[in-house]
Each structure stands twice: as C-alpha cells, then as structure tokens.
Design a protein around this ligand. Structure first.
Ligand code: ADP
Ligand code: ZN
Length: 219
C-alpha cells in the first residue's frame, strides 16, 4: 500500500501516520522528521533546511525531492510506504509521479485531513515533542502522565521552534498557497479521500481504516 497524507500543519498527519504504520506495517516517511533529525545532527542537509523551516517557509523543492527519492529507493519501501509531509508543492507531486518506485507500486490513496484554521492554531500552540524519541504530545488533548515529561523515555518535552504562533500563521499561509492545490491535483486522478479530523484521532483513524479496507477489497 502506497499512501500520501495531505493536510494543513497541525491536522494530525504525524499522529495518524504512527497508527497507520503500525496497522499496515509500512514505513512512515515524514519529511519534517527527516529535516529535524538532520538539524539536530548538524548535517549539511540540516544546515541548508534550518532557516527555511524556522521561518515557516518550505525547503526548496530540489533539496526535498532528492531526499525523498533516496529514501523511497531503500528496501523497506518495497512493501509500501506512507508519505507524511510530501509532496507539498505541485513540482514535488510531479517529481514523485516520475520516481522509479511508483512504476511498480502506484499510489493507493491520498488521504486529505480536513481541520478548521482555529483548531489548527490551538493544536499547534499546545503541541510538545520528546526530543529523544520524537513522540508527540499536546497540553490540551494528549497529555503525558507527568506534565512536561515523555512517558516512554522520561526526557523533558520541548516545543518545536516553528510552533510559535507567528510561525504557525506563516505555515498556514504557505500551506494555502503551495500545498492546497494538490487537493484538486489528486482529486482529478481519482486518488483523493477526505477524512475529517476535527474530532478525536481515534475516530479519524477508524474512518480512514474503513475507507482503506473498502478500497483494498475493491482493487
Ligand atoms: P507540519 O505538517 O506540522 O507543518 P512538518 O513536520 O511536516 O510539519 O514540516 C515542518 C517543516 O519542514 C515545514 O514547515 C517545512 O519548512 C519543512 N518541510 C517538510 N516537508 C517539506 C516538503 N515536502 N517540502 C518543503 N519543505 C518541507
Ligand atoms: Zn521520548
């Protein structure tokens, strides 16, 4: 199964992706996570991406496309993959369509997470991350057992540099300008499925699961 998760920042892509990865046993490829790891490890890629990310802009297409191309060529993607945060521009979507891996493994579905702007702003400002294992939390909805501490590895939770309110508004604007056109692009290809994620992530997960099971049983 080859899936793309589409949706504005804060729509719950990362959380849903973790559930889908476990259910379908396909690697979860988050471009945001790969960039953040490179920034932490101070690689050349990380240094190139950091300023764009922290100001709410997109990393240039050439850099991002090369990174995803290399990732999808790895062996674990032979059973399928789940892309989270890629493609984010029409140029990236066209490049993905031409990647060798898609020739044998065409896209199964593009899941479009639908969430209102006000919900997004609230969620992102409450979002916290474990710097050690990457697990996500939210001070409103997904609290850790002990405030400010990761349940899994006891590290102190941090806020992402790009989750400050000003940067959140910029990311939303970037999304509307550059990523939203992908909805029509994939709808025309008959691949797009909307999934409402105003409610709980569990409700969204069950809806998506139903939708994918229906789609797989018909193909
Ligand atoms: P979110 O979906 O919450 O905005 P991500 O973790 O997916 O966050 O991405 C964080 C940032 O990483 C983006 O705002 C952008 O700067 C950069 N980034 C991630 N994916 C891409 C991409 N496909 N193209 C360009 N930049 C990207
Ligand atoms: Zn942790």
């Amino acid at each position: 199964m080859q899936l793309i998760l589409l949706g504005p920042p804060g729509s719950g892509k990362g959380t849903l992706a973790a559930d889908l990865e476990e259910l379908y046993r396909i690697p979860h490829i988050s471009t945001g996570d790969i960039f953040r790891r490179n920034i932490r490890e101070k690689t050349a890629l990380g240094q190139e991406a950091e300023a764009y990310i922290n100001s709410g802009d997109l990393v240039p297409d050439t850099v991002t496309i090369a990174m995803v191309d290399a990732r999808l060529a790895q062996d674990d993607c032979r059973q399928g993959f789940l892309l989270d945060g890629f493609p984010r521009t029409l140029v990236q979507a066209d490049a993905l369509g031409r990647m060798p891996v898609l020739r044998n493994q065409p896209l199964t579905a593009v899941l479009n997470l639908v969430v209102r702007d006000e919900t997004i702003i609230k969620r992102l400002s409450g979002r916290r991350m474990c710097p050690k294992c990457g697990r996500g939390y939210n001070i409103h909805s997904q609290k850790p057992a002990v405030a400010g501490i990761c349940d899994d590895c006891q590290a102190a939770l941090t806020q992402r540099a790009d989750d400050q309110e000003e940067t959140v508004l910029k990311r939303l604007q970037t999304y509307k300008e550059q990523t939203e056109p992908l909805i029509a692009y994939y709808r025309e290809q008959g691949l797009l499925f909307d999934a409402d994620n105003e409610g709980t992530i569990e409700a969204c997960f069950q809806a998506v699961r139903q939708l994918l099971d229906d789609r797989l049983s018909r193909s």
